[in-house]
Write a protein that binds this ligand. Structure first.
Ligand code: GLU
Length: 506
């Protein structure tokens, strides 16, 4: 029987979460929910030099906005906490000690200067310095593989700085399994002896990550492609501890719109697109980065777009609710190659979601905007307005531009359109139209349309001669929805008053 699915999103709080990180979280969430599993948030904050104070809260807020809540994590303690590595600090040392005891790791005392010198030396001879089987026991490097035990203890006790390095086995061929990439074979002689633990008492990413994945009973590690080079070491660590290895899936990079290179914040600025879910203020520089939320995207549109950056359902369907994504998602359909970020497609998703939203829902979002403009209107009226203009809107912030004339008379008239459409005789025609309008009792869209069209036909003139100046009078420009719908909605008095104003102005 398959064991319980437990997955984790394990960001380091070094700044705002890039959309690549949100996608990793999303795929973890979808995978967990699909298999009735648990989605965990683990904050990997062992590297205090890169720690940014407001980053963790940003991550939590972003997941909340995206509607992909974690089941266990900081502020949601489960049975495997704490979920911040800095709070688990004390438990890692014993695992480093265990590896040393079993011969899978060793102390190394080489100073930064010494290592630099080795590096330089190698470079001068056209070689690359790698700390591994090749040189670790040759005597030039200072570690517990060459020093005797007494000497090692003496150095440690005297407070000398050390690191614990993994003793990568020599001449071994590792066969790694990745759910997306398949089998990967690695020659261990190409690997270096990575640092696992430092004398400041802090583990490095590798040790803390593996220990925590084991202790938190993680069944599947789903993370970005940039961690693929760490996979051989992680496999070896599981072997060294004698622990069951979880399944791995490394997600493809999110690429710049042009296709080459990883999408960066700078690309976002260049093409005018956010690369972060929420707005972020850098506390040091005060620089503000745009967010999808603040730019007016609906969270579900954003998530749908992200789901497709690296995955597809294998059908033509592109619009998926979160529940549908949970149903359809599988790692087998995640692509190996990088996913090109497409700003137009991102907007397309938003527009599609806009059309799907109910007029009631949108009304609640539009009302505060109207209020801010000092416009008082009933919910019913605003709902009708939204029904009339929604198909042209991408964002809620487009509503005003598309519908202001439903709420107030135009402040000006489009000069070009006026010149073209308000000609000799137009004023007289509009005056006559006012009388026609005054005589109409039933001011519904259909009735005014019939009556006005009958009048135009009786005058034997083209429709445009009346309709264009009339639209100009009511809207201020030659835009907007069906003219008779506007007339019906603003009513007789307002319609006539606007025509009079146009006559007086044009
Ligand atoms: N802390 C790593 C990161 O920042 C986690 C990598 C992993 O998921 O193993 O992405």
């Amino acid at each position: 029987m398959e064991s319980k699915v437990r997955v984790r999103f394990a960001p380091s709080p070094t700044g705002p979460l890039h959309i690549g990180g949100v996608r990793t979280a999303l795929y973890n969430y979808l995978f967990a929910k699909k298999h009735g599993g648990t989605f965990i948030l683990r904050i990997e904050d062992t590297d205090q030099t890169r720690y940014v104070a407001n980053a963790e809260q940003y991550i939590i807020n972003a997941l909340e906005w995206c509607n992909i809540p974690f089941d266990e994590g900081p502020t949601k303690e489960g049975n495997f906490g704490p979920y911040r590595q800095s709070e688990r600090k004390d438990l890692y040392k014993k695992y480093a000690d265990e590896l040393i005891k079993n011969g899978w790791a060793y102390y190394a005392f080489d100073t930064a200067e010494q290592l630099d010198a080795h590096r330089k030396d190698h470079e001068e001879n056209g070689k690359t310095f790698i700390y591994n089987w090749h040189n670790r026991e040759k005597g030039r490097l200072v570690n517990s593989l060459v020093l005797n035990e007494e000497e090692v203890q003496k150095r440690i006790n005297s407070g000398e700085k050390f690191v614990v390095r993994f003793k990568t086995p020599q001449d071994d061929s590792l066969v790694l399994e990745d759910k997306i990439r398949g089998k990967i074979t690695i020659d261990t002689n190409t690997l270096d002896d990575k640092i696992l633990f430092k004398s400041d008492g802090m583990p490095t990413y590798h040790l803390a990550n593996i220990v925590d994945d084991h202790l938190m009973e993680i069944s599947h590690v789903i993370r970005g492609e940039e961690w693929l080079p760490s996979l051989p070491l992680h496999y070896l660590l599981y072997k060294a501890f004698g622990w069951k290895t979880p399944s791995f899936a490394h997600l493809p990079l999110i690429l710049k719109p042009v296709g080459k290179g990883k999408l960066s914040k700078r690309d976002g600025d260049k093409i005018g697109f956010p690369v972060f879910p929420l707005e972020y203020t850098n506390t040091k520089t005060q620089e503000v980065s745009r967010g999808y939320k603040e730019d007016g995207y609906f969270a579900d549109a954003f998530i749908n777009m992200l789901a497709f950056l690296g995955w597809n359902p294998g059908t033509e369907q592109e619009l998926f609710s979160l529940e549908e994504l949970v149903q359809e998602f599988n790692l087998e359909r995640v692509s190996k190659s990088g996913a090109k970020f497409n700003p137009d497609k991102t907007k397309w998703f938003q527009q599609q979601y806009m059309q799907q939203k109910s007029n009631e829902f949108l009304t609640d979002l539009y009302l505060p905007i109207l209020e801010e403009k000092g416009i008082k209107s009933s919910k019913e009226f605003v709902q009708k307005v939204i029904a009339a203009v929604k198909e042209r809107a991408v964002f809620v912030t487009d509503f005003w531009e598309l519908s202001s004339f439903f709420f107030e008379a135009p402040k000006e008239f489009d000069a070009k359109a006026s010149k073209k459409n308000w000609k000799e005789g137009t004023t007289e025609l509009m005056q006559e139209l006012i009388s026609v309008l005054e005589s109409i009792e039933d001011f519904s869209s259909e009735n005014t349309e019939t009556k006005i069209k009958e009048w135009i036909v009786s005058k034997e003139i083209g429709f445009g001669k009346v309709m264009q100046p009339l639209r100009l009078s009511l809207v201020g420009a030659l835009k907007g929805p069906h003219l008779f719908d506007i007339i019906a909605m603003i009513g007789k008095t307002e319609t006539i008053s606007r025509i009079k104003k146009a006559i007086a102005t044009l």
